[in-house]
Design a protein around this ligand. Sequence first.
Ligand SMILES: [Zn+2]
Length: 206
Amino acid sequence: MSDGVEVNFNSNEGWSRLPGKTGCVLLTFDDGPGRQTADIVSILNHYDVKGLFFWQGHLLHHKRPFQNLLQSGHEIGTHAHQHVDLTRLKPEHVRYQLFTGKRELERLTGQKISYFRPPYGKINTTVRTVASELELTTVLWNISSYDWDPHMTAETIVERAANAGTNSIVLLHERKVTVQALPRLIESLRANGRHLLSRSDRLPFS
Ligand SMILES: [Zn+2]
């Protein structure tokens, strides 16, 4: 059970759990957009579950189904322009990564981008400061599905993530194995009594 990460309700530091008493679980999908985006959106829509996607600026392409994603009630945040460890960069390069990632996403979608997840979850004071200057709310996670690990199967992903407690934020990725695991993961979470944020629910971060 991976539910061991420090609970952190300070929005300046980054949310690793949902605030408040909603008792919900939020599914998040990193490292897109990519070939699995459409399938993930369609599964989420089928179950009426909201997804928060963190996209890399350099992967953006107008052919990826961002319109369907947004119109379906899901949300997109920035995962920086490139997938780099921001804590190893000089402040001006951190600024470039966040500013460019946000701007490119806003250009593509025509919407203001409000959410940010640092690659690898790596964050320090500089990254926090730049994120807050760009009016980005940092969203981390408390449950990792380990779906990025090539040794994980759909079954082991479901096993790990279906134990998520209330107010959990679950880290998933836009991968084929995640698409295979997703229907069973949603069903297992519901069977465990978890309420997943639905597409019409607002994200509870302030
Ligand atoms: Zn990532």
